[in-house]
Design a protein around this ligand. Structure first.
Ligand SMILES: Cc1cc2nc3c(=O)[nH]c(=O)nc-3n(C[C@H](O)[C@H](O)[C@H](O)COP(=O)(O)OP(=O)(O)OC[C@H]3O[C@@H](n4cnc5c(N)ncnc54)[C@H](O)[C@@H]3O)c2cc1C
Length: 407
């Protein structure tokens, strides 16, 4: 029997955001001006309970990780009026050092050369969560938390959502920003392509014996890439990618043994590692949804594309999507279109252009290039890194992409 026949008329909202993680929460904040200007109604549904202490790591988006936020994303957060608060815990990346274990080549990218103060900023995810959710709490949103969307079905040019708290919502536009693991996409017949990398990213805060001076490091080893990102003080965020299957051993190592292994793999270009915090492991796959929009539906963030973290692009890419979606909705509303109309979503896709495809290819290409074990390729890579250092414009193109200002 239909819900209408049962007499349970779902509550109507213009936009339902499924997932209040990095991407859903950013979208909620970005929609704020439209709530006032155009009277749009927005619901956010988040499965994980909000912690009472918002500084505490909060699974799964706002956990113990720190994210490299590209300069382009900083500009977006400025536009949203969030940068002032985010900056309190942000550490600038002023230089990037890229090297390969066992090879001479190294390339350096400098913000100064690009006429910029920083190539990007590193922000603890828990702080991102705190700032985004503080803003959401001030907005006139329908907030369902903790509650998960359990059912989704097409309904009256939009979708009907059934929530675990018993509520039912009818949304003109549903944004799936639930990370892609809830099965909702599949229930709508949206398939994803998944290619496991056979790798795991182990993350931890580490302390070095000298100031990092705003250096970030990316070191490609036979085992997988190791990234070190500058945090406040002498702390750095370690993202150590290695073959799947070794994570339990590395997670269980005594701190001293772990630091010794890390020092051997990374060398001492960043100094001596002195301390390591709690370690966490993330299995890595490239996941791409075959469809990202349908009338009444947009798939965003990890639900649309989960990337290898090697180039720190996943959230930056998603935030550009958030800004484009809000611009398309605003322009559509100005033409008398509903947020979920086919025209609005076609405009959104047009604004995204080749960005999504290019970034996915770039991140995946880095892993393939440095993951292939061939002597010829190794020499080519080393020559590439050394040569790359000399070829200014090419290096600047890479730097501008890392900064998220090149599309
Ligand atoms: C190790 C690692 C390091 C990374 N570093 C960077 C970086 O430096 N820079 C960068 O740009 N990107 C980085 N990324 C990528 C970035 O973390 C992701 O792009 C980002 O987390 C995606 O956020 P999301 O909101 O789409 O999904 P998630 O973070 O998965 O959030 C989804 C939210 O939806 C909720 N949810 C799930 N199911 C439901 C449901 N049925 N109903 C309601 N709510 C639901 C969940 O509770 C969660 O809060 C990294 C990723 C990894 C793994």
């Amino acid at each position: 029997m239909s819900d209408m026949a049962e007499g349970k008329v779902p509550r109507r909202v213009d936009i339902a955001i499924v997932g209040g993680g990095l991407v859903g929460a950013s979208l909620g904040c970005a929609l704020a001006p439209l709530l006032e200007r155009h009277g749009l109604t927005v619901a956010v549904i988040e499965a994980a309970p909000l912690p009472t202490d918002l500084d505490a790591p909060w699974q799964p988006s706002f956990d113990a990780r720190a994210s490299a936020i590209a300069e382009g994303s900083v500009r977006h957060f400025r536009t949203l009026g969030l940068w002032g608060d985010l900056a309190e815990q942000a550490s600038p990346i002023r230089h990037i050092h890229v090297s390969e274990q066992g090879r001479l080549g190294a390339t350096r990218l400098n913000a100064e050369e690009l006429g910029s103060e920083a190539l990007g900023q590193v922000i603890p995810n828990a702080w991102l969560g705190r700032v985004l959710h503080r803003r959401l709490a001030d907005l006139p949103l329908a907030w369902h938390c903790p509650a998960s969307v359990e059912q989704i079905q097409p309904w009256n040019e939009g979708h009907c959502l059934t929530l675990s708290d018993g509520a039912r919502l009818e949304a003109g536009l549903t944004v799936l920003a639930e990370g892609g693991r809830s099965g909702l996409k599949e229930r709508l017949g949206i398939e994803s392509r998944e290619r496991p990398y056979g790798q795991v990213a182990l993350i931890a805060g580490v302390e070095v014996d000298r100031p990092h001076d705003g250096w970030a490091y990316e070191r490609f080893t036979a085992d997988g890439p190791i990234a070190l990102l500058p945090l406040k003080g002498q702390a750095m965020e370690l993202v150590w990618t290695h073959e799947a299957g070794q994570e339990d051993v590395r997670l269980a190592l005594a701190d001293g043994d772990f630091l010794a292994q890390l020092q051997r793999a990374f060398g001492d270009r960043a100094g001596r590692f002195r301390r390591v915090g709690r370690r966490h492991a993330y299995p890595l796959s490239l996941v791409t949804a075959r469809e990202t929009t349908r009338p009444g539906l947009a798939v965003m963030g990890n639900a649309a594309h989960a990337l290898h973290p090697v180039a720190g692009q996943g959230f930056n890419l998603a935030l550009r999507g958030v800004m484009d979606l809000v611009a398309a909705i605003e322009s559509g509303v100005g033409r008398g279109e509903l947020p979920g109309s086919a025209a609005t979503l076609a405009d959104f896709e047009a604004r995204r252009g080749a960005d999504r495809h290019d970034v996915i290819r770039f991140s995946d290409g880095l892993i393939r290039l440095f993951g292939l074990d061939s002597t010829l390729l190794s020499h080519a890579r080393a020559a590439g890194l050394v040569g790359f250092n000399l070829v200014g414009p090419l290096r600047r193109t890479l730097a501008r992409r890392a900064m998220g200002v090149e599309r």
